[in-house]
Ligand binder design. Structure first.
Ligand code: SAH
Length: 241
């Protein structure tokens, strides 16, 4: 097998000290780095001085590149002989559209490697100062997307948030801050108590990080009053009877 031309690398949640040694190694041999809006600038300082740094834009601003465009940029760069690093926030294997990119690379016959990163849920737990699992209260954790963009695509299933009301463990919502009204209502409807603790961790591991405590019955209101914004991890902690 020839050596990889593209490395799809996790940048962790923000704090550069949470980068993996592998991420640093690949960044230092990169000719070009394509990075997501979630990647903190301080992480980019670990890239080789010769590396070209290319932002892939910010979602919801009209400046974000489409997935097909991103795939093509990576493929073109690899075909021109460059060592490409595709840097993704957190862990690329979680809510990172990794399969779309690896599939395109496979079809283009480009050799790639992926490198895990610290996911923002772990970063958020570090900031909040508690474990997502607990020997008594939480033997399971669900990583859930709060982003319902695919609800408009009839080919894809719609996530029924109400079913997580009986999940026996911690719920962690990614991309869930703007949809707090939707998932919290569904969980309440599914029977989860109003006073279930909900913890919002915004900008986890960044200098601007903040933790906001609420309860399920007031989750959407808390987003408004506390002016919570993305990126934010939301942790819902069902209480054991
Ligand atoms: N692959 C990433 C997730 C990308 S989806 C990972 O493993 O973390 C984007 C979502 O990740 C954001 O909407 C937010 O919910 C979460 N996120 C990413 N970085 C974050 C951070 N520093 N603080 C809080 N949430 C973050």
């Amino acid at each position: 097998m020839s050596s990889p031309q593209v490395y799809l690398v996790g940048a962790g949640p923000g704090d550069p000290e949470l980068l993996t040694l592998k991420a640093v190694k690949y960044l230092q041999c990169a000719d070009i780095v394509f990075y997501d809006y979630l990647v903190d600038e301080r992480v980019l300082e670990y890239a080789s001085k010769k590396a070209e740094l290319v932002s892939l834009g910010i979602p919801y601003t009209g400046h974000k590149k489409k997935q097909t465009e991103i795939n093509q940029l990576i493929i073109d760069a690899a075909r021109s002989g460059k060592i490409v690093v595709r840097l993704k926030g957190g862990d690329p294997h979680l809510f990172g559209r990794l399969n779309e990119e690896t599939e395109a690379l496979r079809q283009a016959g480009i050799v790639y490697e992926t490198a895990a990163g610290v996911t923002s849920a772990s970063g958020a737990a570090q900031v909040a100062g508690f474990s997502l699992t607990d020997r008594v209260n939480a033997s399971a954790v669900a990583f859930i997307t709060g982003h319902l963009s695919y609800k408009h695509d009839p080919a894809l299933p719609v996530l029924d948030y109400g079913r997580f009301a009986v999940f026996p463990g911690t719920l962690v919502f990614y991309m869930g801050v703007s949809t707090a009204g939707i998932w919290s209502r569904a969980l309440l409807h599914g029977g989860m108590p109003e006073d279930t603790p909900v913890i919002f961790v915004q900008n986890a591991t960044l200098p601007s990080e903040r933790v906001v405590y609420s309860v399920l019955g007031r989750a959407a209101e808390t987003v408004e009053t506390q002016k919570l914004e993305s990126p934010c991890i939301v942790i819902v902690q069902p209480q054991v009877e």
